[in-house]
Design a protein around this ligand. Structure first.
Ligand code: NAD
Length: 443
């Protein structure tokens, strides 16, 4: 464990997959701030890869989080990048063992699990920061700053929209790890948009949600919607593959780098898979070679959420999968003005009423591409990934939290809205959140 205030904090990677290794790579660029001193992952190949990257001795490499927790504590924190349904079961023993934690989202797959985590962290006085990376992007942080400064007054309505691109939809929610709630235990709303629900809760900080309604369905990716003559595997038995917008060849062979950590996971033990290896894999049992209309997914492809807050303000979030262009947008309307922007454009406008003769409103454009660092080497999620780890390190070193710091208590509100929305959609009714208010962090 680190002892000096300015020595790097020491971390164990738990779940050495795509996300945890990405966060851990901060230790390579900032060795004075973060040092990786151990790993836990049941997959030997991944364990060995992490051990090699960070020069870890065998006695600091564990098969599971549970095994790590049973060992005397030897680091300051863990970076928990396991899959959604493993977050709580892997975190509980580690919190009891005394580790603080950076934990991926969604941090729980049910409301009960969520409260168990919150109560355990509180009982053992452990700090848990959730990877709500969008809070750390210059775009959303700058908007939050304007809201906090009171520039648009009291917010009476928030509209957020996420358009999930056709290739992201296919790779994650049709062919991929989040296609079946029975397996991932997360709904598409929680897996994809717990970020947006967190942003809504953040923008309304201090005002709790009162009720939630929601509608959604799988509109498109069902067998009866398949184009006539479609086969079951794109590269095996599909005569319409050359015309198909969702052809696995077009998505994964013609774009070999796009989503490679998902699509080629079954080849990850090969040093350098060739094009032939990849084609053979898509022709074989690689799940990413399946027809998108015949994947037996059980999540929605679009969902709308309507939220009422305690002060009477409202918010909507619309998630639509299968869009041509990926896009996240936000529009906040306050008593003194409004803020509107599109995340991918890194630009938003602030408008104020201007009743003077010849005027209607004034407009200030905030363009974050000027002086921005959106395209640096560590630019995941618009710069949010790197800033999140930097903030985590700062907070763990005892420095004051930033505007964006996402404590577990903060993150509960957005997750609660998401769980309520899924229940509202399934039961076709409005969910009244008053039952949960006593358990929520009080403003
Ligand atoms: N913050 C974001 O914007 C963002 C983006 C993408 C994914 N995610 C989330 O990141 C998480 C990880 O996704 P990924 O694609 O990196 O997953 P992954 O499947 O690549 O990695 C998870 C790893 O956990 C390991 N594991 C399983 N059980 C374990 C145990 N008991 N102890 C230790 N390790 C164990 C697995 O072997 C695997 O290597 C998911 O929850 C996902 O929803 C977040």
């Amino acid at each position: 464990m680190s002892t000096l205030i300015d020595s790097p904090i020491t971390a164990v990677i738990v779940g050495a997959g795509h996300r945890a290794l990405l966060y851990a790579s901060y230790a390579q660029t900032h060795p004075d701030e973060l040092r990786i001193v151990g790993v836990a992952d049941p997959r030997r190949h991944r364990r060995e890869q992490a051990a090699h990257l960070y020069n870890l001795p065998p006695e600091r490499c564990f098969a599971t989080a549970e095994e790590l927790a049973a060992h005397p504590k030897f680091a300051d924190v863990v970076i928990n990048g396991t899959m959604d349904h493993q977050h709580v079961p892997t975190s509980l023993p580690l919190l009891r063992a005394g580790y603080d934690m950076l934990l991926e989202k969604p941090f729980a797959t049910s409301e009960e699990e969520m409260w168990t985590l919150v109560e355990t962290a509180s009982r053992y006085r452990r700090r848990v920061m959730i990877c709500h990376v969008l809070r750390y992007t210059p775009f959303y942080a700058a908007i939050r700053q304007r809201v906090q400064q009171g520039l648009i007054g009291d917010i009476l309505n928030i509209q957020t929209v996420e358009h999930v691109s056709y290739h992201h939809m296919a790779v994650a929610f049709i062919r991929g790890k989040w296609a079946r709630q029975a397996e991932s235990h997360s709904s598409m709303l929680m897996a994809k948009c717990c970020h947006d629900l967190d942003l809504i809760a953040w923008m309304k900080s201090g005002i709790l949600p009162r009720a939630v309604a929601s509608f959604g369905s799988n509109f498109q990716f069902r067998p009866e919607k398949a184009p006539q003559g479609a086969g079951s595997r794109c590269l095996v038995d599909c005569p319409i593959e050359p015309e198909c917008l969702y052809s696995a060849r077009k998505h994964y062979i013609d774009h070999p780098e796009r989503w490679r950590f998902y699509v080629w996971e079954s080849l990850e033990q090969m040093e350098a898979p060739t094009l032939e290896d990849k084609i053979a894999s898509l022709k074989g049992d690689n799940p990413y070679g399946r027809c998108v209309w015949k994947c037996n997914m059980d999540v929605v492809d679009h969902q709308s959420v309507l939220i009422e807050f305690m002060d009477g303000a409202t918010a909507t979030h619309n998630m639509i999968g299968g869009a041509a262009r990926p896009s996240r947008s936000i529009h906040l309307l306050g008593t003194l003005g409004e803020i509107q922007g599109v995340f991918e454009e890194s630009r938003f406008v602030i408008r104020h009423i201007d009743p003077r003769p010849g005027h209607e409103y004034s407009e200030e454009v905030v363009d974050l591409r000027i002086n921005g660092d959106m395209h640096g080497a560590f630019a995941g999620h618009g710069g949010g990934d790197a800033r999140l780890v930097a903030d985590f390190v700062r907070v763990m070193r005892g420095e004051p939290p930033s505007l964006s710091t996402t404590t577990l208590q903060d993150s509960v509100v957005g997750h609660l809205i998401g769980f309520a929305a899924d229940r509202a959609m399934a039961e076709r009714q409005t969910v009244d959140l008053s039952y949960a208010v006593a358990r929520l962090p009080q403003p």
